[in-house]
Design a protein around this ligand. Structure first.
Ligand code: ATP
Ligand code: RIB
Length: 289
């Protein structure tokens, strides 16, 4: 495979609401939709839709949600041979979406919490992508393994948590995560001081900002009418990884190809926000031409 994606697989229980309830309040919403999600599985599907050979490294329970998630991964062409079956229930994400396309999410990790360092295998991949709805020590171990074996690593530090970043090649965060990491101005050049070799901040409707070799590159988003931004960051990260593979850069390299990969990732993510759900909203390569 080209890309190993380490991260969560969740069934997304999505309900549309006019507004979110305050504490102690009840609001009525739409019928519930049950959709395949989870930051890791989403990222794997986004990368595979663009033609990369992707393996997903994660865990699901032995319940129907787990089957749904495996089915979605496989139908996108993702290799699921590294997926662990756990006794714990498949991860669930309780998601509300408001008419402006914004979401808020509570994740119940379940089986995602059962992953261990021993489950980590990178095979012959040239890129590792990781995100943080799985145990932090497992992610730290995978990043160390990637650094030691010349595999390019992309870390989507989401949900944000304390983690050493010196083994990371490319750090991807959104504005909230950047604000948590940096006191004040969200400039990706300031993230480089934390250890990664390059950094990207996704800026929602404003696109993304990339720092490579201390230079700042600003990439505007395509103007769209968003209907559901859930999973836009995962679409971005998956597209970035798939494009880095296609760029043919040598293992372990981080360079100018990151900026053109980020341009394509912005394009993919902006399409994803015009459609509902996460995995079902990701475009294929043919839709980009
Ligand atoms: P989410 O948590 O909703 O999945 P995120 O907070 O991780 O997303 P964002 O920075 O909001 O990440 O969005 C990721 C990318 O998606 C942006 O870099 C941009 O390319 C695209 N995007 C998001 N919102 C919009 C929008 N309203 N219009 C166009 N593109 C958008
Ligand atoms: O990034 C979006 C994802 O976050 C959803 O699919 C949900 O499962 C949560 O993990």
């Amino acid at each position: 495979v080209d890309v190993v994606v380490l991260g969560s697989a969740n069934a997304d229980l999505v309900v549309e609401v006019d507004r979110r309830p305050a504490a102690g309040e009840t609001v009525l919403g739409s019928d519930t939709q049950v959709l395949p999600g989870g930051k890791g599985a989403n990222t794997a599907v986004a990368a595979a839709r663009l033609g990369a050979a992707v393996a997903f490294l994660g865990a699901v329970g032995g319940d129907p949600y787990g089957e749904m998630l495996l089915g979605s991964l496989r139908s996108a062409g993702v290799d699921t041979s590294l997926v662990r079956r756990s006794d714990r229930p498949t991860g669930l994400a309780y998601i509300t979406v408001t008419p402006d396309g914004e979401n808020s999410i509570v994740v119940s990790p379940g089986a995602n919490s059962a992953l261990t360092r021993d489950d980590v295998e990178l095979g012959d991949a040239s890129v590792l992508v990781a995100s943080l709805e799985v145990p932090v020590p497992v992610v730290a171990h995978a990043l160390e393994l990637a650094a030691a074996t010349g595999v390019r690593s992309v870390l989507n530090l989401s949900p944000v948590a304390e983690l050493g970043l010196s083994t990371v090649d490319i750090l991807v965060v959104n504005q909230h995560e950047a604000a948590w990491l940096l006191d004040g101005r969200a400039d990706p050049r300031r993230l480089l001081a934390l250890g990664p070799r390059a950094a990207v901040i996704t800026l929602g409707a404003k696109g993304a900002a990339v720092a490579v070799d201390d230079e700042l590159h600003e990439i505007p988003a395509h103007p769209v009418t968003p209907v559901d931004s859930t999973g836009a960051g995962d679409a971005f990260t998956g597209a970035l990884a798939a494009t880095l593979v296609g760029s043919g850069a040598s293992r372990g390299a981080v360079g100018a190809d990151l900026v053109s990969a980020a341009r394509r990732a912005v394009r993919v993510a902006s399409i994803s926000v015009t459609r509902r759900g996460t995995q079902p909203s990701y475009p294929s390569a043919s839709e980009l031409s």
